[in-house]
Design a protein around this ligand. Structure first.
Ligand code: S3P
Length: 437
């Protein structure tokens, strides 16, 4: 796929369901009692990995032709031991959340994944789960394949999150559901809180207390969850691709509908507004215990800013597309404390540097900081970017092409289906010059 300089992006688009929430809805509906109806589930490759895994444990999941998904749960504690390895493809969220779930069930599960997932760290997720009484082994003590032997009689514990990872937090919370007594997780990083919000909807015995910047989440386990009827809000990280495109392409004015805005996820929106982005939130409503808006976006004159480390968990997936916005902003933008980006679907720290440098943008870096020297002018283009099986690097490169004199081409566009299957159609709909060849 490739893209080239575009102007006048116009029109309304509906953003597909949020990936994080879709994974969680499939997992929680599968272990609830009774039926759940999920409207607008994201049917991307990653979410389908969660669906297949939960079917492997015995849940009945019907993805109808409409946008609905019906799940008949097996009840808490009811996970059957899968007969074969569970293949999580590219999906870190599926693998890590499901590790948490399995850790408090008396079953042994084999986890495998694609080349990208098999290079991502797993020990930091599995180590805390040992406290429930589970045990594991990993290739080279760090990577998939993993074998996880869940606990026969799980034990609750207090866990201080020491990495800024919602996946690690959620793994422990999911393990806590089938554990008698009270498990406590303390989060000082303000990581995304969809698991907590959804657990309340399903009727879990959960309480969340905030003491200054520390959040304490307690779960009293062995309380049945009940099936729910729910609409999935649109994914803010997906929404940012057309949003940034409209901000940086001349004479644009688009409406992006159905976008989740959650304070633990909206860092990129706040940063863009601070840079001078013309973004307006309209038509507030609530879906899946989350705030949702339609967002109107117009072309804007952006200015560079300093983005501190402490906000990084609220925008962790969005640095690649923000880097593209920063390349068109006047002056310096500095992203601080972003070492975590090396552990994503690809090494995004180096991926961002490579994308910008190759396209003639001046950029500097040290251990965990990237500084981008932006200018409001079209970039060189005439480049091909290796996406390293990373959907967000692929879409960011294509948006970069929309502000480039010559084409920007990516080596692999299949990976976009990981999170945003209709990216191409929606971008074409607003007038972006993308081409499949
Ligand atoms: C996710 C958490 C984040 C994020 C990932 C989805 C989640 O990962 O990067 O895309 O759904 O909990 P970390 O928890 O590793 O930061």
């Amino acid at each position: 796929m490739k893209s080239i300089s575009s102007k006048k992006l116009k029109g309304n688009i509906l953003i597909p369901g949020d990936k994080s929430i879709s994974h969680r809805l499939v997992i929680l509906s599968s272990i609830a009692i009774g039926n759940s109806k999920i409207k607008g589930l994201l049917k991307s490759d990653d979410v389908m990995r969660t669906v297949e895994a939960m079917k492997g444990f015995g849940a009945s999941i019907n993805l109808s032709n409409t946008s609905n998904c019906f799940i008949d749960g097996i009840g808490l504690g009811g996970l059957a031991e899968p007969k074969t390895a569970l293949d999580f493809g590219n999906s870190g969220t599926s693998a890590r959340l499901i590790m948490g779930l399995c850790s408090s069930h008396p079953i042994t599960t084999l986890f495998i994944g694609d080349t990208s997932l098999s290079m991502r760290p797993m020990q930091r997720v599995l180590n805390p789960l040992i406290n429930f009484g589970s045990s594991f082994s990993l290739r080279e003590d760090e990577f998939l394949p993993a074998i996880l032997k869940g606990s026969i009689s799980p034990i609750p514990f207090i866990f201080d999150l020491n990495e800024p990872s919602a996946q690690i937090k959620s793994a422990v919370l999911l393990g806590a559901l089938n554990t008698p007594g009270i498990t406590i997780v303390r989060d000082k990083f303000n990581t995304r809180d969809h698991t907590e919000r959804l657990l309340e909807l399903y009727g879990a015995n959960i309480s969340v207390k905030s003491k200054k910047s520390l959040k304490e989440i307690s779960i009293k386990g062995i309380k049945d969850l009940k099936g729910i009827d729910v609409n999935v809000p649109g994914d803010p990280s997906s929404a940012l691709f057309p949003i940034v495109a409209a901000l940086i392409c001349e004479d644009s004015d688009i409406m992006v509908k159905n976008v989740l805005i959650n304070p633990t996820r909206d860092g990129a929106f706040e940063v863009l507004k601070e840079m001078g982005a013309n973004i307006n939130y309209l038509n507030h409503r609530i879906m899946a215990a989350e705030d949702v808006y339609d967002i109107r976006v117009k072309s804007s004159n952006l200015s560079g800013i300093d983005v501190p480390k402490k906000v990084s968990p609220t925008m962790i997936d969005d640095y690649p597309i923000l880097a593209v916005a920063a390349s068109m902003a006047k002056g310096k933008t500095c992203f601080r404390g972003i070492g975590e980006l090396r552990l994503k679907e690809s090494d995004r720290f180096n991926g961002i540097l490579n994308l910008l440098k190759k396209n003639g943008v001046k950029v500097e870096s040290n251990k965990d900081t990237i500084t981008i020297h932006g200018k409001k002018q079209l970039k060189r283009g005439g480049i091909e970017i290796s996406t390293n099986l990373d959907h967000r690097m692929a879409m960011s490169a294509l948006v970069m092409g929309l502000i480039s004199n010559k084409e920007v081409k990516i080596d692999n566009s299949k990976t976009i289906k990981t999170s945003f299957p209709n990216f191409y159609n929606l971008m074409i709909k607003i007038g972006a010059k993308l081409s499949k060849k």
